[in-house]
Design a protein around this ligand. Structure first.
Ligand SMILES: Cc1cc2nc3c(=O)[nH]c(=O)nc-3n(C[C@H](O)[C@H](O)[C@H](O)COP(=O)(O)O)c2cc1C
Length: 372
């Protein structure tokens, strides 16, 4: 029996299988509002058989967006278009999640496919271009391409924590089944955790305990604002891949605290700061998910260059992770779970396709002699 295609339950959310879509910024929102693009982009993964679709990093405050074209959850008006997406995912057999994020000093990032800020004035008006003063633990810029951020004072920390809480409540209003707290990739919470970005001399900087303080305050407030019967995931960069940065041991300690607060799954990514040496290759982050799972005794999601069904199955069988998250492979093949099921599960699996497609794909495969 395939483990990848067996159900799993976190609090009140039962996933029909263990393959989920990792959050992916689409840089296609205006003033933080979701639109038809997100509906179709996310909706196709439900049609493709993913059990849980996590919507992209949504800025909990306007200044917390990664770019001017990122989703937001700082305004009640942003709830309704997300609700449509949640409904579509539910109608098509998937659970719906959203990542709650604050970019900190990595706000004001350019849109990747533009390669920089080259919007004309006409495009700026059409795209809803905005730029703003960014904030961070310390007034240290990410790279020379980013502005120097303001160091957060007590009022700023409170505003940020409150922003996370208010966004959590809006995610609940929109009907999401889970939230994922973004504490990875060199964004705000990761900036607090990492000595690479956190140069504070108050109780929020210095020792690991101090550097974890603000992320854990946010994590606690978010968990308290999120219904008890709904799971909360947290995404972390298990290692910065930088000498003097966050280590696997630091992350195991952090994951233990997060589990104690009530986080159900730690989604194990890595890196996010300039100067990292990353051993990129197939499955390269799986050992990180395994280390956190074993070290902190917590469920983990593995992510990063997982492309093959047999690899996904083996990761689960070996006890390295509890869930498999796909990002680029899902873009490449939005029907990845349906195709993987054909490889891993005995018998006719076409019944798992949407009604509108399953019979037709079966007929096509029978005609070609490739049906199972
Ligand atoms: C287009 C794109 C957008 C992304 N946006 C996010 C995001 O919003 N939040 C996040 O935590 N990671 C984001 N990521 C990282 C992915 O979730 C994932 O961790 C990474 O791509 C590695 O997985 P993969 O090899 O399956 O693509 C993004 C990746 C891509 C390719």
């Amino acid at each position: 029996m395939s483990k990848l295609f067996s159900p799993v339950t976190y609090r009140g959310m039962t996933l029909k299988n263990r393959v989920i879509v990792a959050p992916m910024c689409q840089y296609s929102a205006k003033h933080g509002m979701a639109n038809d693009w997100q509906l179709v982009h996310l909706g196709r993964f439900a049609l493709g058989g993913f059990s849980l679709v996590i919507a992209e990093a949504a800025g909990v405050l306007p200044e917390g967006r990664i770019s001017y074209a990122c989703l937001g959850l700082w305004d009640d008006a942003q709830i309704a278009p997300l609700q449509l997406i949640v409904d579509f995912l539910h109608q098509n057999g998937a659970k719906a999640g959203i990542q709650l994020a604050h970019a900190g000093r990595k706000a004001n990032s350019p849109i990747p496919w533009r390669g920089g800020f080259n919007e004309t004035e006409a495009e700026k008006a059409a795209l809803g271009f905005e730029s703003w003063a960014s904030v961070a633990p310390s007034p240290e810029r990410h790279t020379m391409s980013y502005p120097v951020p303001e160091g957060l004072d007590v009022a700023g920390l409170t505003r940020t924590r409150d922003g996370f809480v208010a966004a959590t409540k809006r995610a609940e209003e929109a009907g999401f089944d889970m939230i994922e707290l973004h504490s990875a990739h060199g964004y705000l919470l990761n900036q607090f955790l990492s000595p690479v970005a956190n140069k504070r001399t108050d109780t929020y900087g210095g020792s690991l305990e101090n550097r974890m303080r603000f992320p854990l305050e946010v994590a606690r407030a978010v968990r308290a604002a999120w219904p008890k019967d709904k799971p909360a995931f947290v995404r972390i960069s298990v290692t910065d891949w930088i000498d003097g940065g966050v280590t696997i041991d630091d992350s195991v300690a952090y994951a233990r605290e997060l589990k104690a607060i009530g986080y159900d799954v730690v989604h194990c990514s890595s890196s996010g700061f300039d100067g990292a040496t990353i051993p990129v290759g197939p499955l390269y982050q799986v050992p990180l998910a395994e280390a956190v799972r074993k070290g902190a005794d917590v469920a983990t999601a593995a992510v990063g260059l997982i492309t093959k069904a047999e690899d996904a199955e083996r990761i689960l069988e070996n006890g390295q992770a509890d869930l498999i998250a796909l990002a680029r492979q899902a873009l490449d093949d939005p029907n990845w779970p349906l195709h993987a099921m054909r490889d891993l599960v005995a018998g006719d699996t076409y019944g798992n396709w949407p009604l509108q497609a399953g019979y037709a794909v079966r007929n096509k495969d029978r005609a070609l002699g490739t049906a199972r």
